[in-house]
Design a protein around this ligand. Structure first.
Ligand code: PSU
Ligand code: MN
Length: 307
């Protein structure tokens, strides 16, 4: 049911730094061929920094940890025809021998199975706007509550209700770390009105935090929120306008459930005439860099301990 690529297997057995990469961003988050180009470039960035990338997806019913370039290309071409796989969908995709891209929650589960502690993505799921009536809360949050993986993201898109998402994470004991920031970054924008309790300015400090949390047996994930690089940051009003329009369209089209997030992402990209895509790509690269640095530092932490 599970296949780990030789390079990832080698890295894991020699306790080298590994960074997991999500695949829903490839199939459902970006159009072809930008998605494939971005996914391959993410792997290159991580390798150049001295860590091993592991893009994870379900390929014809096999949970594959470390896709080949050809498999990344296949998934990119499959696009939204691929299943979007979160915790509940994993046994379905495997039993039906389907190809499925993993969400943040799905990728965290695969990481835990393989023994990978650091994972880079774009944005995490959260509590949707109007969740008080729709009950739409991403399974990513529950996974963060339970699974010991550090997720490096650019914060959450404000397609979500950010204060409710932060409250949920607090209730579940999930730390949210600002990397070089005192406020929650909101994906397309470096800032939001919401302050963060923890700020760290280096990957080594973050690695130390992770090591302490997990050594103490405090179960669960950590969100590292890395603001989008300045030159790709959107003016807040401009993106807010697109988000509000996309949310209205979603309600008009009566789109809900697992289709909600992909619909919103695509609609925002249309409404910003593709500008949001360039920002999305830039922030993912930046998250890959930080995740690789954290993974390398975490290896150092762990080797100190065994001495
Ligand atoms: N948010 C983004 N980009 C994404 C996603 C969320 O800004 O690509 C994807 C991730 O895979 C995330 C999933 O785990 O959507 C959350 O979907 P849902 O809200 O259905 O749980
Ligand atoms: Mn949902």
């Amino acid at each position: 049911m599970i296949a780990i690529s030789p390079s990832v297997q080698h890295a894991l057995s020699h306790k080298l730094a590994v960074v997991a990469l999500e695949s829903t961003i490839i199939s459902h988050g970006m159009p072809y061929p930008e998605n494939v180009h971005t996914a391959l470039e993410c792997e290159r960035i991580i390798r150049d920094l001295g860590a091993i990338p592991a893009t994870i997806a379900i390929m014809d019913g096999i949970l594959t940890i470390g896709l080949t370039s050809d498999q990344i290309d296949t998934l990119g071409r499959t696009g939204q025809e691929a299943l979007k796989v979160s915790r509940r969908d994993i046994p379905y995709a495997i039993s039906k021998k389907r190809t499925g891209a993993l969400t943040v929650a799905g990728t965290m589960i695969a990481c835990q199975m393989a023994g990978i502690s650091v994972f880079a993505t774009g944005g995490i799921g959260g509590v949707h706007r109007h969740a008080e009536t729709t009950f739409d809360i991403s399974a990513d949050l529950e996974e963060l509550a339970n699974t010991n993986v550090c997720v490096v993201s650019a914060g959450m898109k404000s397609i979500l209700d950010l204060p409710k998402t932060m409250e949920y994470l607090e209730t579940k004991g999930v730390p949210v770390i600002g990397y070089g920031t005192d406020v929650l970054p909101a994906f397309y924008t470096r800032n939001s009105p919401y302050p963060l309790e923890y700020r760290f300015d280096s990957a080594s400090e973050i690695a130390r935090f992770l090591s302490i949390k997990w050594k103490l047996g405090l179960q669960g994930g950590v969100v590292v929120a890395n603001p989008i690089p300045e030159e790709f940051s959107f003016p807040e009003e401009q993106i807010e306008e697109a988000i509000q329009q996309a949310t209205i369209d979603m309600e008009n089209f009566q789109i809900s459930g697992k289709k909600a997030t992909p619909f919103l992402l695509e609609r925002i990209s249309q409404l910003t005439k593709g500008k949001s895509l360039q920002s999305n790509i830039a922030l993912v690269y930046s998250n890959c860099r930080l995740a690789a640095q954290i993974a390398l530092e975490l290896c150092k932490e762990d080797s100190h301990e065994t001495k």
